[in-house]
Design a protein around this ligand. Structure first.
Ligand SMILES: [Zn+2]
Length: 364
């Protein structure tokens, strides 16, 4: 499973002896024939060969897909630079867009987007007789647990009066929901996951929520009405929609904050030139980049200052022979990862587009 630690490690890698290949391959066999995927791979590898990718790496990747890959996941990501000792295949359970990149750094933006979108979370599907708990990571259920309380009997003719029966079943249901809440708390603690989605009927979710310990109540990021016996696939699908909406709102919120702060002369930078400057100063907390943004620039070989402004000498260290690069944005993203800053790839069409498609929220 891929993790943020992989991202930082990969961001720190610089190819010296030969360029590094970054492959993203859609291997979802429910949508493509295996032969079709292999054909796509062959095209991508050919393209990489045209961009001076080393034959060793190309062959290693082809061999991996032919002989070692188990085709269980829907996507495959590989970073390869054999000359410098890098070989990192990551089968992932979600689809990726097929692409290949050749450069002196691993191409990490899609990888980091995956981590953002598919970080683990839990779902508690709550009913009056207990709850079904799910841990979902990278779009798949990795753990499932049922808490079973006392069965709630249905009202039959005779015996107890209706109000008394009602009170009795309410008490049972409450005891069940309380037990389910405690089980949910243990489940989330064990999974170390900080986001919880509730599912069930409105009434049950409201009751259940009252029984949750307060930190977990705050970890509830969404609710969805769902039948207690809904299949796991429905749980995954519906919760993905909630998270995708949340992610979109979060991005919009960040863009909004960036622009507001910048207008108020607060700790924010907008536009490529300014963003590169604050990055060099190590002040970036969150880098916001519009999806697909690319621009040429120059890099100082001594202090790694990235800039779009041509100058005789580096603004930071005075070195004279700056080196042009095809995509300075990619370099900026790496630098942000290395500095431990967050990188948010924002979908196009937001207000970020009106302020140069890139910006940064700053530490100070
Ligand atoms: Zn410099």
């Amino acid at each position: 499973m891929i993790a943020t630690a992989d991202l930082r490690e990969l961001a720190g890698f610089t190819a010296v002896k030969a360029p590094v290949l970054s492959l993203y391959l859609d291997t979802d066999l429910s949508r493509n024939q295996k032969d079709q995927v292999k054909l796509t791979l062959r095209d991508l590898l050919e393209r990489a060969r045209g961009a001076d990718a080393p034959t060793d790496d190309l062959q290693r990747i082809a061999r991996y897909v032919d002989l070692e890959y188990d085709w269980q996941g829907k996507g495959l990501i590989i970073f390869s630079c054999l000359a410098d000792g890098l070989w990192q295949p990551f089968p992932v359970p979600v689809r990726v867009r097929s692409e290949i990149y050749v450069g002196d750094k691993a191409y990490l933006i899609p990888f980091s987007n995956l981590l953002d979108q598919y970080a683990p979370y839990s779902v508690a599907l709550v009913g009056r007789e207990g709850a079904r708990l799910f841990l979902i990571d990278m779009g798949g259920i990795v753990r499932e647990e049922d808490t079973v309380g006392e069965p709630i009997k249905h009202h039959k003719q005779g015996g107890w009066s209706a109000p008394r029966f009602q009170r009795h079943t309410e008490k049972h249901a409450d005891a069940n929901l309380r037990a389910a809440a405690e089980a949910t708390s243990r489940f989330c603690d064990a999974a170390g996951c900080s986001r919880l989605i509730l599912a069930g009927t409105g009434e049950n979710m409201a009751r259940f929520r009252e029984f949750l310990p307060s930190p977990l109540r705050q970890a509830v990021v969404g609710t969805m009405s769902l039948d207690a016996n809904a299949p796991g696939s429905a749980v995954v699908e519906r919760s993905r929609e909630i998270l995708s909406d949340l992610e979109e709102q979060r991005e919009l919120g960040l863009v909004d904050r960036l622009i507001t702060l910048h207008h108020a002369n607060g700790p924010a930078a907008i536009g490529l030139a300014d963003t590169l400057f604050v990055l060099q100063e190590g002040r970036v907390l969150t880098l916001l980049v519009e999806d697909g943004l690319a621009a040429p620039g120059i890099v100082c070989p001594d202090c790694d200052y990235l800039t779009v402004n041509e100058a005789e000498r580096c603004l930071f260290c005075g070195t004279a022979n700056a080196r042009p690069v095809r995509n300075i944005v990619e370099r900026a993203v790496h630098k942000a990862f290395q500095q431990g800053a967050r990188v948010e790839v924002v979908r196009s069409g937001t207000a970020l587009g009106t302020v140069g498609q890139i910006g940064a929220l700053l530490r100070y």
